[in-house]
Design a protein around this ligand. Structure first.
Ligand SMILES: [Zn+2]
Length: 640
């Protein structure tokens, strides 16, 4: 199947920020995923370079518009490789081929009578570069720019958008997946309940010259949105190009919700007027908030992609953004949350599973993939979990539910970590009679890791390459042929990898962007207000507390309790602890984690279950974080 994936072309009145990066990471990830599924994919991004705001920004920078757009466009072009983003085409609306395409389309639409000349009086917002309706104003001001729009009367050209209103409503109703997620489809349909006004598509050159001249009247340039949307056609060679006939019908646009209206209303009606079928799908995502507020230049809390990559690496940034945001909804960015994902999900869960497994195969199996013996129930369970992961992953990736796709992968990572503890290969290795059992355990682990490496390729391409190299896999990853169990060839050689993810020190984390409200160190030393002896304990008293590292091997919810999880831990013996963490952790999130427990607390019954010990956790501003050890240790190790 062919797929054509686009980001919006980004407006060059500002440098690339987190929002641009997210849209483009989503596009790149989806593109890699479709290729992994065997599709031919065309991926386009670029920059939008005309309009009044560009002229103003250039004036502010003291350069010509041309110099200005060249400079900022280059910044976008140079940012994407830092994030491992590989577009097939980078389009600029100042490209001569694009200017010609826009003029040809304007002439065509004009010739058939869908563009007319008229006088218009209205309230014009320079920030928005359009006329606002009375309804859109808040206290007489543009809500986005906080300035009162200017009353302007001028003659302009208009596109008969209203003519296509009923057609658009019918199209959306007949194609449930045309605009996704559903909340945005509903938003558009609700907007279309009101009569659609025609779209002003010109600006007089007396006011603006930095734009594409109308082919039928050189006293006007083209309104920036009418120009910009056409990039999706120019990039694939409309009207005569081979790529156009191949890719247009399968176009999928990815945008942030602020530009829903131009993409869901202007664009399909323009296409209908041109005589083209509409794009196939519009995928709409929400905003990234910084702390509690929206990211904005005026607030000075803009997060720059290049700085994020420098601090954490491209794969971590990609993983974090895709894991953290539920596609379509707003999400919060904080350096703390990123650091926790890096240390917990990546360094601890995936990184440790991978290095532990390969280190043991190197040590106990001479760095060769052993042949599996007869599987037992526990092996079949791991295999089934891995195969279910592939199904869930594909289903969720198909629907842009990247967070759920990754959660399914991390469930299996936890399962595999637990599988190691349950099978204790280090014990099996001591007994020559258990050789076949040991080989089976290793084979099942390595095969699970191979499948995991396939699923993370679209999200963390560099990590996937490292995993595949260490596992001795030569060929390119391919979900259509390699997502079956048992393809890892016995006797093939594995190599010990370098650590997949460094564990970052929470105290020394690098700065990304300006200081943020959520950026406080995870732990702060608070001097006691009354440091009298009564607050202190003696060393002998401290020694009475048996603190140990426990590895969580199983976790389940407790019926009728929203707060409690029943944990099975190894410390080193197996024991049950009931912990009040259910509001903050799903059972599958804690399995495989090493935590610190108070091991000699008197047993107590909670909801009818005997709890032997207490898990230490940190409460912080309404959230909760489990205690952790900085590197994997033997379960049961004493903390002193
Ligand atoms: Zn405005």
């Amino acid at each position: 199947m062919d797929t054509y994936i686009t980001t919006p072309i980004f407006y060059v009145n500002a440098q690339p920020h987190l929002g641009h990066a997210f849209t483009t990471i989503v596009a790149d990830t989806y593109c890699r995923y479709r290729r992994l599924c065997g599709d031919e994919v065309m991926f386009q991004t670029g920059t939008d370079e005309h309009g009044e705001k560009i002229v103003q920004a250039a004036q502010g920078a003291g350069v010509s518009p041309r110099e200005y757009v060249d400079r900022i466009s280059l910044m976008f072009r140079e940012t994407w490789p830092l994030l491992a983003i590989k577009p097939d085409n980078f389009i600029r609306t100042t490209d001569p081929v694009h200017i010609k395409t826009v003029q040809d389309i304007l002439q065509k639409v004009y010739n058939q009578g869908d563009i007319y000349f008229s006088e218009y009086s209205g309230l014009y917002c320079r920030g928005c570069e359009r006329f606002l309706t009375e309804k859109e104003l808040v206290d007489g001001k543009c809500p986005d720019h906080q300035v009162a729009p200017e009353p302007i009367t001028e003659q302009n050209y208009f596109f008969r958008m209203s003519k296509y209103q009923q057609w658009l409503i019918d199209h959306i109703n007949n194609h449930p997946e045309f605009i996704t997620p559903e909340r945005y489809r509903n938003e558009v349909l609700s907007f279309l309940k009101e009569p659609l006004e025609d779209l002003c598509i010109s600006r007089p050159t007396s006011r603006l010259t930095w734009g594409i001249p109308l082919p039928f009247d050189d006293r006007f340039v083209t309104y920036v949105w009418f120009d910009a949307l056409i990039n999706y056609l120019t990039g694939i060679g409309y009207p005569g190009g081979e790529n156009f006939s191949r890719y247009w019908a399968v176009a999928e646009h990815i945008i942030a919700k602020d530009i829903l209206k131009p993409h869901a209303i202007y664009w399909p009606t323009m296409l209908c007027s041109i005589g083209l079928v509409p794009y196939k799908k519009l995928h709409v995502h929400g905003y990234w908030n910084i702390g509690e507020t929206k990211m904005s230049k005026s607030l000075g809390n803009v997060v720059r992609p290049a700085e994020m990559v420098e601090a954490y690496g491209a794969d971590t940034v990609r993983y974090f953004l895709l894991r953290e945001m539920s596609f379509g909804l707003d999400s919060g960015y904080s350096a703390d949350a990123l650091l926790i994902r890096q240390n917990s999900d990546l360094a601890n869960d995936l990184g440790n599973l991978f290095s532990r497994s390969l280190t043991m195969v190197a040590k106990f199996a001479g760095s060769r993939v052993p042949a599996a013996g007869t599987p037992t129930e526990i092996d079949r369970e791991l295999r089934d979990a891995a195969m279910t992961m592939i199904d869930t992953y594909r289903r969720e990736m198909d629907h842009f539910a990247f967070n759920r796709a990754l959660a399914a992968v991390w469930e299996v990572i936890s399962r595999a970590n637990k599988y190691i503890v349950e099978n204790a290969p280090w014990d099996l290795a001591k007994d020559a009679d258990k050789r076949e059992r040991l080989d089976t355990v290793f084979y099942y682990l390595l095969e699970t890791l191979r499948l995991i490496s396939l699923t993370i390729e679209p999200v963390m391409p560099a990590t996937a390459v490292k995993m595949r190299q260490a596992l001795g896999l030569g060929h390119e990853p391919d979900l259509t042929t390699q997502a079956t169990w048992g393809l890892l060839a016995p006797q093939s050689v594995i190599t010990l990898p370098e650590a997949l993810f460094p564990r970052l020190d929470t105290g020394k984390k690098k700065k990304t962007g300006p200081a943020q409200a959520g950026d406080k160190p995870l732990k702060t030393m608070t001097p006691t207000e009354n440091p009298e002896d009564e607050n202190l304990i003696s060393f002998d008293e401290f020694k009475k507390i048996d603190l140990r590292v426990a590895e969580i091997v199983a976790a389940e919810k407790i019926k009728k309790s929203d707060r409690l999880l029943k944990l099975t831990v190894m410390a080193p013996e197996e024991r049950t602890i009931v912990a009040g963490i259910a509001e903050f952790y799903e059972p599958e999130q804690v399995v495989g984690k090493q935590v610190i427990i108070v091991a000699n607390l008197k047993p107590t019954k909670l909801m009818g279950i005997a709890s032997h010990g207490m898990v230490l956790a940190i409460k912080d501003k309404g959230s909760l974080s489990l205690s952790a050890v900085s590197s994997q240790v033997t379960p049961g190790s004493k903390v002193s």
